[in-house]
Design a protein. Structure first.
Length: 218
């Protein structure tokens, strides 16, 4: 534990490799994150959702899949557990386990307790991603289509940012631009990167009111 606290975690490697084979029940893959500029490996769809949420939340510096293997004693035997992610953010580290709530068993709770103790000793936060609230995942999923770098050759962004100060709906903002289809792509890009804001308790739609983020200059 003493060594772990002093270990630089940014750009670290996974403690184990992913496997792909026919008929496996989970779906591993690679998820591109704008925050880090590279791909990261989720072992299932639930982990891919978490990576997308981390990318959207902002302040993400790096994320490491399967960052360490923990070995610990329980009341009746010695066990091991590999947390799913270590997210390095500008506000501190987050050790994260991903397990859908219906699948959580008694042995998982012991593993989560071990992860929590490690996080506490290292000065990190700890959480278990067990279920999503209504619309929590659908919002970043809807905005993610325009999360990558996007040029603005027609100069639409300044007018969109200025019009957003009037608290127009997404549909009205897009319609106010000279080229509405291109304006929609620009609006999604600005929303993803936090230059515009929208109510995150519901999935973005044309009726959603869009506001300019505090301190953003057109």
């Amino acid at each position: 534990m003493r060594d772990l606290v002093r270990t630089p975690m940014v750009d670290g490697d996974s403690i184990r490799c992913f496997s792909w084979q026919r008929d496996q029940r989970h779906r591993p893959g690679l998820q591109f994150l704008v925050s880090t500029g590279r791909h990261h490996g989720p072992e299932c769809l639930e982990e891919a959702r978490l990576l997308l949420a981390l990318d959207f939340a902002g302040d993400l510096v790096d994320v490491i899949s399967q960052p360490m293997r923990l070995r610990f004693n329980t009341a009746d035997k010695r066990r091991s557990h590999t947390p799913d992610f270590l997210a390095v953010t500008r506000r501190g580290g987050w050790l994260i386990d991903v397990r859908p709530e219906p699948l959580v068993e008694e042995k998982d709770l012991e593993s989560f307790d071990a992860s929590a103790e490690v996080a506490l000793a290292c000065g990190w936060h700890y959480t278990v991603a067990a279920r999503w609230g209504d619309h929590i995942y659908s919002t970043p999923d809807a905005l993610s289509s325009q999360r990558r770098p996007l040029s603005d050759p027609l100069g639409l962004r300044p007018a969109l940012l200025e019009s957003a100060r009037k608290r127009l709906t997404f549909g009205d903002l897009a319609a106010s631009a000279t080229y509405e289809p291109l304006a929609r792509a620009q609006l999604l890009h600005l929303l993803w990167h936090g230059r515009l804001g929208v109510d995150l308790t519901e999935t973005p739609a044309d009726r959603s009111v869009v506001v300019a983020a505090r301190g953003v200059v057109a």
